[in-house]
Design a protein around this ligand. Structure first.
Ligand code: G16
Ligand code: MG
Length: 220
């Protein structure tokens, strides 16, 4: 019996990917990496330092940066990014998600955030969603990122639930893999072909409702 929801943030609650992309693009230009949509896509759900490494590896220059220099570039990206996310307001919550979160709360479901982003607390605060959640998994305390299940296992701990009682919501395949490996029910938002490993698949956030989930859970 489902008693809680573990939410990915980017692509599920808000479209922060566009801000990550704008901020990384500046860093890419600085290090001689051509910015492409496929490069932007490959950074989704990937941690800040791992994202930087992908950008450095794609550079046409022969770079030998020290750890300190890399840290400086990552900090610079985060400063650009934070300037963009402070402009977020509740209007930036993806369609239908405020209604879903609000009705899940009213119906007594527990909720947690399972995002790789260290900025998740700031983003939730900007969107005025903080109080709905039992907690936010601290990504700095994790050994492995998605597709490793660790982040979703932690979210069940935060909600004091068994993994079988949790539905994980994700827009990325690495996240779906992580939810499945955690023994939770996976709910994918996006392209059904891409997210075929998910237990439940919805084309967009608008179709994520308690009624649709209750109906579709009968068929899995
Ligand atoms: C998000 C984004 C990634 C970003 C990562 C770390 O993950 O999808 O692009 O690099 O968080 O973000 P930050 O630099 O803010 O710590 P998720 O799990 O919410 O999709
Ligand atoms: Mg995501």
């Amino acid at each position: 019996n489902i008693k809680g929801f573990a939410f990915d943030l980017d692509g599920v609650i808000a479209d922060t990917a566009k801000f990550h992309a704008l901020a990384w693009q500046k860093i890419a230009e600085e290090v001689g990496t051509t910015w492409t949509t496929s490069l932007a896509e490959s950074l989704k759900g990937v941690s800040r330092m791992a994202s930087l490494q992908i950008i450095l590896d794609a550079s046409t220059r022969l770079l030998a940066l020290s750890t300190a220099a890399k840290k400086e570039l990552a900090d610079k990206k985060n400063q650009h990014y934070q300037q963009l996310i402070v402009t977020l307001t509740p209007k930036d919550i993806l369609p239908g998600m405020l209604k879903f979160i609000d009705s899940a709360y009213d119906n007594g479901y527990k909720m947690a955030i399972a995002s790789a982003s260290k900025n998740a607390p700031l983003i939730l605060s900007q969107l005025q969603l903080t109080d709905y959640f039992d907690g936010i998994v601290d990504p700095t305390a994790l050994k492995n990122g998605k597709p490793n299940p660790e982040i979703f296992l932690r979210s069940a701990d935060i909600m004091s639930l068994d993994n079988t009682q949790v539905i994980g919501l994700e827009d990325a395949t690495a996240g779906i893999t992580a939810i499945n490996a955690a023994g939770q029910t996976s709910l994918g938002i996006g392209n059904a072909t891409v997210l075929s490993a998910a237990n439940l698949i919805y084309p967009s956030t608008e179709s994520v409702t308690l009624a649709n989930i209750a109906h579709d859970m009968k068929n899995i």
